[in-house]
Design a protein around this ligand. Sequence first.
Ligand code: NAD
Length: 370
Amino acid sequence: MVGGGAGSFIGPVHRMAAELDGNIELVAGAFSQDPARSRQAGETYHISPDRAYANYQEMMERERKREDAIDFVCIVTPNHVHLPVAVAALEHGFHVMSDKPATATLKEAQTLEAAVKRTGLLYGLTFTYTGYPLVREARRMARAGELGKIRKAVVQYQQGWLSTSLEATGQKQAVWRSDPAQAGLGGAIGDIGVHAFNLLEYVSGRQVVEICPDLSSVVAGRSLDDDCNVLLKLDNGAPGVLFVSQIAAGDRNDLQLHLYGEKGGLHWWQENPNYLHVNWVGKPSQTMHAGGDYLSAETRAEFRLPLGHPEGLVEAFANIYRDFAAGIRARFSDPAAPLSELVPGINDGVRSMAFVERAVSNSRKGWCAL
Ligand code: NAD
């Protein structure tokens, strides 16, 4: 693991999720830029003291020489560190599981894409919401044509935690997210807009080909966007809307997908993720529940508990890790074995960074191609 030191948010979640199914064990890390804090985090994670490294370069060099070397590197640092760590890992022969956004800029994402292609190693991206079983069920339904031709998409991700100038208080997660040198090109669009963008494409099977963005920095003194409203055009001509905000006062993690085909519309809400609603034309509405034996066999295999026991964000992360672990295991016997298409990869990383770059540079300038 690179990142994930004391006081960090998502590193410990990755650790829990990766280890949930017994396929993966955290054995080494460079958990902080500060060597002492990295060692201290290593103790918390109960890893061998000689494998809590001073920095990621030392970790790659020393791990490469071990007989029991790591198999892959998990990246949970602020965005500007994603590219150098990912490239170093690939060049040292390690697969990569990175948190989003892929990189800080589109150009960096393209550099990373070249490194992934050059090395032929596995690269997974934790667009977390793609790991929820009912999101995957929605994907299967939409892609099998059960909704008919997709005619409208609405995706929203509304948070309120940056409604005030939280970064001015020194809050760790707010400080780097509002600093272009660490967050990259995008504020809210880079932090949560990429989740919304990816979710829409992941489920619908359609690509966004044109956008008309309107981004704002609502809180005084903030240089990056904190509110984004974007009209979309999909590759089948269907219109769509994506809106994300981190100044939606009082909202928590209000990620919603509404996807309308000719035969009906499906609706999924992250804050109540064990339900998938479909409103059919001319038929009663349907509510599917996690664990239901009427779901597809693939979706049923993605639950760990029987009907009525809620699963959540950690399990969604764990589904992505389970598929990633299967991909690595397959590589032990077949060096060309592909990663499951259910795991977002570098193509999703580049597409979502293109979305961020175009949205920021074309805000309030009308329609542009993606
Ligand atoms: P954080 O500030 O809480 O933690 C970042 C950690 O990285 C800290 O421990 C910091 O010390 C460490 N770090 C910084 N530079 C480092 C370096 N050069 N070497 C080693 N460690 C270093 O941030 P966070 O909120 O956990 O976010 C981390 C990443 O995860 C971001 O890219 C963010 O976009 C992403 N994220 C994804 C999700 C999701 O739902 N998938 C949720 C939250 C965050």
